[in-house]
Design a protein around this ligand. Structure first.
Ligand SMILES: Cc1ncc(COP(=O)(O)O)c(C=O)c1O
Length: 471
């Protein structure tokens, strides 16, 4: 495993400066737009940033998913794609990378995270079983529900409070989980669904102490503990920084130890693993693996490609190793913090502490005049785009969707607009542009009127819903 790299060059000499451990070899031009162009583009997109054309966007902070810049090593790996239908050598490289860095013996590739969520939900949930998790994630919960599961949020209360400064706001509240087990019976719990970090809570980490306790509790009751490892390396960075006993351990070792307390994991490799497409599912139990390996053939592709090209698996294998490097992670989270600090200087309301992959602006803090049914976070995303062509995304009532039983909106406590930072893509100067735009929108906050939804698709509505401004 890699040696820990403690400091950047500037920091070694006690200076403030830090910098990325890479330089830029290829650039992609960006298009500047005028305000009148953006007004038209936003109207055409039904005020939904997911429906904008990327050519109409200047700085794209919609997501960190699949938007990463690959390294020269990864691009070289793409040329080594073994595009065999069966038994591609790139699959075996990927399998070895997952076994080495995450420690699970049995690996199934999938085209992206939700492909893996689909398979694990089908294989591990019986209709009517409960699936406790540390806050929901949109696609994760939907697949659990489609498989007949009932999601129950067992995250600590602090996660729902954007001002709470607790260091591990992704932790499961063990008391809540124990009560659920006592009330429903262990046999009625499909598995515990643990995400690290927790996207919807603002990229908040889970502590090692929490996963250890959960593991022991689950083992006592014969319940499996599965991990959403999409941003586990970022989670490991926070453990190294904040949890006693880990300061001198490399991120790679911390992530490996974290996984050792779980029965399996799935991953959207489009995040931590620095690729544009890919995912996987990996477990310790051989019979579960046999079932997953069979299911993947039905829904994704043969078990040695899972919907991916050989070259994609190669880039993923290389990206996984790069994601474990301490100096990479320090720069990645350093950039998120740089933007956060600029905004904090102007007292812009946001989720605290700042998480790993994004700044989550607190839309209720921006627009106290708007009811949640007037979509404050969606409004804020629209205003930011109009101001400067920056694309963000809603993480509030629209993303939360509707209750499957009652059909009512879920009204989450957090009403957030996410500025998600792709890995190795934008410069510090881009972050300055973003900060100034957010400040301008914050200064004009009293003028915001809110939105109404005029089209609502059945599943994952935040992707395709359309809105109109309220006058
Ligand atoms: C925590 C988490 N889990 C799962 C997913 C789903 O992965 P994908 O978008 O690759 O299907 C995402 C994507 O944003 C995510 O953030």
């Amino acid at each position: 495993m890699s040696e820990i790299v403690h400091r950047t060059m500037g920091q070694q000499s006690g200076r403030r400066s830090w910098a990325e451990p890479w330089k830029i070899k290829m650039v992609e031009p960006l298009r500047m737009t005028r305000r009148e162009d953006r007004v038209k583009a936003l109207a055409d997109a039904g005020c939904n940033t997911f429906l904008l054309r990327s050519d109409d966007v200047y700085i794209d902070l919609l997501t960190d998913s699949g938007t990463n810049a690959m390294s020269d090593r990864q691009w070289a790996g793409m040329m080594l794609g073994d595009e065999a239908y069966a038994g591609s050598r790139n699959f075996y490289h990927l399998e070895e990378a997952i076994q080495t860095w995450y420690g699970y013996p049995y690996v199934v590739p999938t085209h992206q995270g939700r492909g893996a969520e689909h398979l694990i939900s089908r294989a591990a949930i019986r209709k009517g079983q409960y699936v406790p998790g540390n806050m929901y994630f949109t696609t994760t919960r939907l697949h659990q529900e489609l498989a007949g599961g009932i999601f129950v949020d067992v995250i600590v209360d602090a996660a729902h409070d954007p001002t709470d400064l607790s260091p591990f706001k992704g932790d499961v509240d063990v008391g809540k989980l124990e009560r659920l087990i006592a009330e429903r019976g262990a046999d009625n719990i499909a598995y515990v669904s643990l995400a690290a970090t927790v996207n919807m809570a603002g990229g908040q980490p889970v502590s090692m102490a929490n996963v250890k306790t959960l593991h022991a509790l689950c083992q006592r009751h014969g319940i499996r503990l599965f991990l959403d490892a999409t941003r586990l390396m970022e989670n490991a960075f926070f453990i190294q920084e904040r949890e006693g006993g880990y300061a001198d351990q490399p991120i790679a070792a911390i992530a490996h130890e974290f996984c050792s307390h779980t029965d399996g994991a799935w991953m959207s490799a489009k995040k931590d693993a620095l690729v544009n497409i890919g995912g996987w599912l990996a477990v310790r139990d051989q019979s579960l693996f046999e079932e997953l390996r069979n299911l993947v053939v039905v829904y994704e592709g043969l078990h040695t490609y899972g919907g991916l090209a050989g070259r994609d698996m190669e880039a993923m294998a290389i990206g996984i190793a790069e994601s474990t490097q301490d100096d990479h992670m320090r720069a990645r989270i350093g950039q998120v913090r740089y933007l956060a600090e600029l905004l904090q200087d102007w007292a812009v309301p946001m989720v605290q502490p700042v998480g790993g992959h994004a700044i989550f602006l607190d839309a209720r803090g921006f627009y106290p005049q708007l009811a949640q049914s007037e979509f404050p976070a969606q409004t804020l995303a629209a205003e930011l785009y109009l101001d400067s062509g920056i694309r963000s995304m809603e993480r509030g009532v629209v993303s939360a969707g509707r209750d499957v039983e009652t059909g009512d909106h879920h009204y989450p406590k957090l009403e957030l607009t996410r500025l998600t930072i792709p890995r190795r893509v934008y410069t510090q100067a881009h972050m300055d542009v973003v900060a100034e735009s957010v400040k301008a929108v914050y200064d004009a906050r009293a003028e915001a009127r809110g939105l109404r939804m005029v089209y609502e698709p059945k599943y994952l509505r935040f992707f395709q819903a359309r809105f109109e401004p309220l006058s």
